[in-house]
Design a protein around this ligand. Structure first.
Ligand code: NZQ
Ligand code: ZN
Length: 385
């Protein structure tokens, strides 16, 4: 196992009908900004419950954080926070709203150029303070409700924004708030959580048994409860397990002391930025091809994944790896998430644009071993056509 530090300060408030407890978790004298997206939380009544939970506190609302939240939109919230003296941020929504809120928390007290905060990649951004933030998560997928990362879109790119100051103080995880999700967003969430796990698990072995067994447990839970949730959207137990799986997939626990890959995400981000393909759909496109191209580097963990997650025990190493990749791809397809570039209207000629964007954004030495160059990314994308 590799050396690690692990610290996760987010208080999780899990379960049905607990939003009244906002009253004891948000400071009584806070001026709260409630941030949300395109209106789903208004339509399904979640926003009203949040308002009630906040009681008599001074509340400002900021609506309209779009999927793949844009820097320009978030800067409007930053201006309101500064102008009105807001001192506590509450995100009510999916990953985009939670991420956008994290950016606002970092940018509002920041004295420099706010675009500086998009330039640090996976290293922490140069901030010494951030506004306190919390979330009411409505879409199980990103893990943003219990991690210190955000992804912000700006001028044709998607930029990670990381800081230990950006962990939510608390996050409400109420599975019933996810009942109104359209099926394709549920499916996206399952795929996103699944790929978060494998980006920290299908790398190379370091003898990290707790992390590996936990990763395998989350994958098996997703394989079981994902289809149950789609078949019966109000199945509370399935939703609860899906929600907690997605949180545990990216709250740092399974990633402590093990190598990380993230190349599927980095290539996927360019597909979203260039072609507007949903985050999880990009992952479903890239992952199977990436595994086929990289099975030399990932062979030992792919064999472990084949056996422990899919119970594949027959055939040569090569055959078991291929079967595991096929099962993964079939799982994504069974959820309704297509796995080929051509399914989304992207052609071979457009791969040049993706490679150019990866190069422009410095994504030239990806993966757990740093040897996934643009030449390899091109091979992966061609294999995904
Ligand atoms: O905007 P509203 O009207 O709220 O509708 C949203 C949105 O259209 C809707 N929705 C959310 N909760 C709902 C609901 N509709 C009905 N009922 C509910 N309960 O779902 C749509 C998609 O929402 P979005 O927040 O964009 O989805 P998701 O949670 O998948 O977040 C994607 C974003 O997270 C980033 C992605 O890059 C992308 O920008 N990621 C963040 C990560 C992190 N912070 O750690 C890691 C991830 O890998 C990912 O990159
Ligand atoms: Zn993701």
């Amino acid at each position: 196992m590799q050396q690690f530090d692990y610290h996760n300060p987010t208080h999780i408030v899990f379960g049905q009908d607990r939003l009244a407890e906002l009253d004891k978790l948000v400071p009584a004298d806070a001026h709260v900004m409630v941030l949300y997206g395109g209106g789903s939380v208004q339509r399904n009544g979640t926003l009203e419950k949040v308002r009630q939970g906040l009681g008599q506190r001074r509340v400002t609302e900021f609506a309209g954080i779009e999927p793949n939240p844009r820097f320009d939109t978030l800067m409007k919230a930053v201006e309101m926070v500064r102008r009105d003296g807001v001192d506590f941020l509450l995100a009510v929504g999916g990953g985009s709203v939670m991420d956008g809120t994290k950016f606002v928390a970092a940018a509002a007290p920041y004295a420099g150029e706010e675009t500086d905060l998009l330039k640090s990649g996976f290293t922490p951004i140069p901030i010494s303070e951030a506004l306190p933030l919390a979330t009411v998560a409505t879409l199980p997928a990103t893990g943003s409700e219990m991690n210190m990362g955000a992804v912000v879109s700006h001028e044709g790119g998607k930029f990670p924004v990381m800081s230990p100051l950006l962990f939510p103080r608390f996050s409400f995880l109420d599975p019933t708030l996810t009942f109104t999700l359209p099926a394709h967003q549920v499916a996206n969430g399952i795929v996103d959580a699944f790929v978060h796990v494998v980006e920290q698990y299908v790398t190379f072995p370091v003898g990290a048994q707790v992390q590996d067994r936990t990763a395998e447990g989350i994958l098996r839970a997703l394989i079981e409860v994902g289809p149950q949730t789609l078949a019966n959207p109000t199945d509370y137990d399935a939703r609860a397990n899906l929600m907690w799986s997605a949180t545990c997939a990216l709250n740092g626990f399974i990633g402590a002391g093990v190598p990380h890959d993230w190349s599927t995400h980095m290539i996927g981000h360019e597909l979203t930025a260039l072609f507007g393909i949903d985050h999880a759909q990009t992952l479903a496109i890239v992952l199977p091809s990436l595994w086929r191209v990289r099975k030399g580097q990932k062979g030992a963990k792919l064999l472990q994944y084949a056996e422990r997650v899919w119970e594949i025990r027959e055939g040569s190493d090569e055959q078991r790896i291929e079967q595991a990749i096929e099962r993964t791809q079939a799982f994504f397809e069974s959820l309704g998430v297509k796995t080929r570039l051509s399914d989304y209207g992207v052609s071979a000629e457009q791969i040049d644009d993706v490679i150019r964007a990866l190069t422009d954004h410095g994504m030239v030495a990806l993966s757990e071993t740093g040897d996934l160059t643009p030449v390899v990314s091109r091979e992966i994308l061609h294999a995904a056509l």
